[in-house]
Design a protein around this ligand. Structure first.
Ligand SMILES: [Fe+2]
Length: 286
């Protein structure tokens, strides 16, 4: 199984500067980025939230249109981010993005879980999980399976990836979901966006993988599940053209600031897990 994963897209319909040159740069940027992303062969193409900047239907329709009109027919998955729920109720957004609020997908050699960590509150951009999902998630991780588990949510767990201890840059710190995730017997991977900096942190049999905003770093993570290993690679989609376009319009996005050193360190880029070794560790711990 192969997954292609991107960080926050932040597609903005409205720009502070309405010059044609600026709007054209935005359109050219997203057109090319989405083409490059969708041309990557994968079983699922996944956005870790903040697909759009202001939560407007026109913004969702723009990105969904790019996916629909692509010459590649792709299975697209998206988890809700705080910017996605900025303006309209979740149910209305989900009908445009054709997603379930949270769900599980069982593949032959992997389990994928998609979570809704977003609030419907502009003034609080931290994440949460409602009781319904917490109960559901606990039942999922209690399952016995040899397959690796891949969980996707917009917000990181508190005190895991880079910036996740800053105010509102994680799931609610008082909502400790680590004891839930810990119940998973196999290898687990938690993917998130939100913090706009690449970061990979390991905690016991889990890896926490955060992906930077594509406006700061145009890239995609590719996850491949092989029999003996799990590979997480970075595909650099940057080009002179893309950076020229993004430098023209990103300063015109209301309240968007580029995050410095969003690429993180070398250890935040790629990962290879030898499954035999991970499984051995599990046996040793028991
Ligand atoms: Fe974001």
């Amino acid at each position: 199984m192969r997954l292609a994963i991107i960080g926050d897209l932040h597609y903005p319909d409205e720009l502070l500067n309405n010059k044609v040159l600026i709007k054209d740069a935005r359109d050219a940027f997203y057109e090319q980025f989405m083409n490059l992303f969708l041309s990557i062969p994968a079983d699922y193409h996944i956005s870790v939230g903040d697909m759009v900047h202001a939560g407007e239907f026109s913004e969702f329709n723009y990105i969904m249109g790019k996916i629909k009109d692509s010459k590649h027919s792709r299975r697209f998955l998206h988890v809700l981010g705080n910017h996605d729920t900025y303006t309209y109720p979740k149910e209305e957004i989900l009908s445009v993005t054709r997603q379930q609020r949270y769900s599980v997908i069982e593949e032959t050699n992997a389990i994928i879980i998609l979570l809704d960590t977003a609030r419907e509150n502009r003034d609080d951009w931290s994440g949460t999980l409602d009781d319904e999902q917490l109960t559901w998630l606990e039942a999922q991780v209690k399952r016995k399976s040899e397959k690796p588990l891949f969980v996707f949510g917009h917000h990181p767990l508190y005190n895991t990836t880079a910036r996740s201890t800053e105010p509102m840059m994680s799931l609610d710190p008082s909502l400790d979901i680590w004891p839930i995730l810990k119940q998973w017997q196999g290898v687990g991977f938690y993917f998130n966006g939100h913090n706009h900096v690449h970061s990979i942190v390991r905690k016991e049999n889990w890896h926490f993988i955060q992906t930077a905003s594509i406006l700061d770093i145009p890239a995609a993570r590719i996850l491949t599940v092989l029999e003996d290993e799990i590979r997480l690679e970075m595909v650099n989609l940057a080009s002179e053209q893309l950076s020229k376009w993004s430098s023209l319009f990103t300063f015109s996005i209301f309240d968007y600031e580029k995050y410095p050193q969003a690429e993180g360190e070398t250890r935040d880029q790629e990962l290879i897990i030898n499954r035999l070794q991970m499984d051995r560790k599990q046996v040793d711990q028991q």
